[in-house]
Design a protein around this ligand. Structure first.
Ligand SMILES: Nc1ncnc2c1ncn2[C@@H]1O[C@H](COP(=O)(O)OP(=O)(O)OP(=O)(O)O)[C@@H](O)[C@H]1O
Ligand SMILES: [Mg+2]
Length: 190
C-alpha cells in the first residue's frame, strides 16, 4: 500500500513558536509556502503548491476553482484534518490565532407589538478546547450582532463563578485546567 514517501512525517508546521496572539490589524490566518501531495499506489497528486495566503479577521474569503483544484485540501490544512489522511505529505507554515479558544453567543430579544425592545438576554460562551494546558487569547466580539455599538462598554458577569468584568470589543481571556476552562457570561450594555 503505502510507499516510502507516505511514511514520512508531515513537515507542515502550524503556529511555530506557539499560538500567535491576536493583534489588531494582523491577519488571523497566514499560510506560507503550503504544499500538499497525495501518494497512492499508482500516482502522486500535487493538491496544493506553494500557497501564500493572509486572511484578516472579519474578512469574507471565497475559494473558487474547478473540482480537484485543492479547495477542500486547503480547508483541511487549516483545520488540521490533513493529519488524519494517510498518504499525504504536507510542507510549509501556517499561523493562526489560538485555535483552542472558541467563542459563541446566544441572544434573545423580546419585542412588544410595536417592535419596541422589551428585554434582551445575551450570553457569551468562551471555552478552551485544550484539556491539557492553559491558553490565552483575545476574543473579538461582533458588537452589532450583539446589539451593541463598537464603543459601548459591556458589563459581563460569569454565570459560573459570579465574577464580573467590564468588557469591550476586544476581550483578553486566560482559560485552562488550573484556572477555569470556560466562561459562561451574561452581558448587558454598560
Ligand atoms: N485522500 C486523498 N488521496 C489522494 N488524492 C487526494 C486525496 N484528497 C484529495 N486528493 C486529490 O487532491 C486534489 C485536490 O482535491 P480537493 O478535494 O482538495 O479538491 P476540491 O477543489 O475540493 O474539489 P471539489 O470541488 O470536487 O470538492 C485532487 O486531485 C484530488 O483527487
Ligand atoms: Mg472539495
Amino acid at each position: 500500500m503505502a510507499n516510502a514517501a507516505v511514511a514520512q512525517a508531515s513537515e507542515l508546521v502550524t503556529s511555530p513558536g506557539g499560538p500567535r496572539p491576536a493583534v489588531d490589524g494582523e491577519p488571523a490566518i497566514t499560510c506560507r509556502n503550503v504544499s500538499v501531495r497525495f501518494f497512492t499506489d499508482r500516482r502522486s497528486v500535487t493538491a496544493l503548491s506553494g500557497i501564500d495566503l493572509d486572511v484578516h479577521r472579519g474578512e469574507l474569503l471565497t475559494l473558487l476553482g474547478p473540482s480537484g483544484c485543492g479547495k477542500s485540501t486547503l480547508l483541511r490544512v487549516l483545520n488540521r484534518m490533513y493529519d488524519l489522511y494517510p498518504g499525504q505529505r504536507a510542507t510549509g507554515e501556517v499561523w493562526m490565532d489560538d485555535e483552542n479558544i472558541i467563542a459563541f453567543s446566544k441572544r434573545r430579544v423580546d419585542k412588544g407589538p410595536d417592535g419596541e425592545v422589551r428585554s434582551e438576554d445575551t450570553v457569551i460562551v468562551v471555552a478552551n478546547l485544550d484539556p491539557h494546558s492553559t491558553r490565552e487569547s483575545t476574543v473579538h466580539l461582533d458588537m452589532p450582532a450583539l446589539g451593541l455599538g463598537y464603543e459601548d462598554g459591556i458589563a459581563a458577569q460569569d454565570l459560573l463563578t459570579g465574577a464580573s468584568w467590564h468588557w469591550g470589543e476586544h476581550v483578553y481571556v486566560r482559560l485552562g485546567p488550573e484556572t477555569e476552562p470556560v466562561h459562561i457570561v451574561a452581558i448587558r450594555r454598560f
